[in-house]
Design a protein around this ligand. Sequence first.
Ligand code: NAP
Length: 301
Amino acid sequence: MSLPLQAWAEALDGTTRVAGVIGWPVRHSLSPPMQNAALAALGLNWVYVPFAVAPEQVGAAVAAIRAFDLVGLNVTIPHKPAVVPYLDELSPEAEALGGANTIVHREGRLLGYSTDGEGFLRSLREIGEEASGRRIALIGAGGSARAVALALCRAGATSLTVVNRTVAKAEALAESLAQLVPGATLAAVGLETPAAQEAVTGAEVVVDSTAVGMYPHHEVDPVVPAAWLHPGQVVCDLTYNPRQTVLLQAARQQGARTLDGTGMLIHQGALALELWSGQTAPVGVMREALLAALANRTPGG
Ligand code: NAP
């Protein structure tokens, strides 16, 4: 059964269950409009709310899942690693990454998952592309890079080169991926180097996981020169505000295919909803709600 959003809101009653997202801050989160639209479409008597949780309150917030019998929580920056000690079990991805973005409350147990990497893979598949058998250049070595890199390697990328401003962080990420995915072909290079140019130019898939070009600092130079990009490549940016980052604009001008960060955001949320509900997430509804919220809320959207 699908209800219009307003009717669904009016239907909340004593049996309504709660899911949500914890972060610090959390007011920027686009998950509430996206997930509530999905809950309405599925006709679930649930509501999804944002909780601003200070770092010293993370343990109490996770304990509240049991106290309030929550369906579960999404976890955003900076709490993904911090929730881990309070969980009963971790998925292989959450275990490998040392962090969870989704907590499922099932029969009194708290299960931690990381849906970011698979969310990115789904967004790539959605445009008819894949990681398997591809040479990949991943720019950035932070939290999102780690999740996406692990998923790309496990999906069978031919090779993955981590390109980062701080080369030591690229090396650390490549070394940890080598432990997690034995047999993966990995390299690490500094951002403004001939090796970076070679890696990016030679890549079939380029993924930018830095926040370079994110609103309100969206009018900057792309993280790599446009001349490094060319037709036949897929250039992906995890940043979703604005959707058309300077990098994606440059990539398009160079004749490359592009993928913006909204797909990953939608699919990591869809995977979380599927874990909580056991139902197929209404991805189209989630996309529509997310894009509307993005357009309404920020000039950069
Ligand atoms: P993070 O952990 O802080 O990592 C930031 C990375 O960007 C680091 O590798 C850093 O390099 C690099 N960087 C920062 N400023 C730079 C600059 N001026 N030039 C070159 N490199 C620079 O951040 P994150 O959590 O991974 O998030 C990164 C981006 O991904 C954000 O825009 C976020 O919104 C987006 N994201 C999107 C999704 C989605 O669902 N679409 C999910 C997660 C994140 P150093 O190591 O040298 O500092």
